[in-house]
Write a protein that binds this ligand. Structure first.
Ligand SMILES: Nc1nc2c(ncn2[C@@H]2O[C@H](COP(=O)(O)OP(=O)(O)OP(=O)(O)O)[C@@H](O)[C@H]2O)c(=O)[nH]1
Ligand SMILES: [Mg+2]
Length: 263
């Protein structure tokens, strides 16, 4: 059987802490005795808090694309990611040359470029069969029950797209109080979330939220949320434990995990 590296895709809204977590979690894995590499998937990033081992900026030049195709920054980002797809084999070869146990992929700031275009899916398919999505919910964007529901919906839309296991992280928790962390984490229990929506929303907004919550609950889209801070390192052990469990548990050689509708 072909040996697979374990790939961890870090996804989340702009500024949710993807790059900071990539750095801190790679250190955690390294300290735990694993070999790990960090891959930057953002062609437009100027500065990173870590030195990437594999960097898509070595394969595409965003400024050149902007000039050559007369595109704005987002159009250029989409074009750059499409160009990267044509270079997947080279990128894969570079990744494999490290022979690492884990690859952490720090995805592009504009989440939709990776999450909702076919290029992201093509990368997930090509790089390894053994992979997991870590979806970051920014603490500052999840403080009310309704905003928490919209973040869970975002996570559900990732699950719909990527047929691989997913872990939900509440990021940047050092920026909110312990009470707020506890309250938000409790909302991962649909009963508590329903109660909170009852108090905090009314009218049509409540109706829509409760309907969505019921659908999310029925499909199992609401689950544990791990509170993490890349500043204090809170929750990094718990995240590491969950990720190791997922990679131990799944039968990655099964073709079953890669069934999706062709695009
Ligand atoms: N207080 C605090 N700040 C954080 C944490 N993680 C990231 N930040 C800060 O939040 C900002 C954005 O962090 P990044 O790690 O660059 O976030 P990102 O999701 O990679 O951002 P984009 O790639 O631009 O979407 C930076 O100023 C970080 O220093 C955290 O756990 N706690
Ligand atoms: Mg980033």
């Amino acid at each position: 059987m072909e040996p697979y590296s374990n790939v961890i895709y870090i996804l989340g809204t702009a500024g949710s802490g993807k790059s900071a977590l990539t750095m801190k979690f790679s250190e955690w894995l390294y300290d735990a005795g694993w070999s790990v590499i960090r891959m930057n998937m953002d062609p437009g990033v100027r500065q990173l808090p870590y030195t990437p081992d594999v960097d898509v900026r070595d394969y595409v030049n965003l400024d050149q694309i902007i000039e050559q195709y007369e595109l704005g920054p987002n159009g250029a980002l989409i074009a750059a990611t499409d160009i990267l797809v044509t270079k997947i084999d080279d990128i894969k070869q570079e990744i494999e040359s490290f022979d690492a146990d884990y690859i952490i992929v720090d995805t592009v700031g504009q989440m939709e470029v990776f999450a909702y275009r076919s290029s992201g899916l093509l990368f997930v398919t090509a790089l390894s069969k053994s992979s997991v999505v870590v979806h970051l919910i920014d603490s500052l964007l999840a403080k009310t029950p309704a905003s928490f529901v919209s973040m869970v919906l975002l996570g559900a839309s990732l699950k719909v797209r990527f047929p691989i296991p997913q872990i939900t992280v509440l990021s940047k928790t050092d920026l909110i109080s312990e009470d707020e962390i506890e309250r938000i984490c409790k909302w991962s229990n649909p009963e508590f979330l329903a109660d909170a929506l009852e108090i905090a929303t009314r009218g049509l907004q409540r109706e829509l939220n409760v309907t969505l919550l019921n659908a999310l609950k029925m499909q199992g889209y609401i689950g544990e949320v791990i509170p993490v801070s890349s500043v204090t390192m809170k929750g990094i052990d718990a995240l590491g434990g969950d990720i190791e469990n997922i990679f131990n548990k799944h039968k990655w050689d099964s073709e079953e995990s890669y069934r999706w509708e062709s695009e």
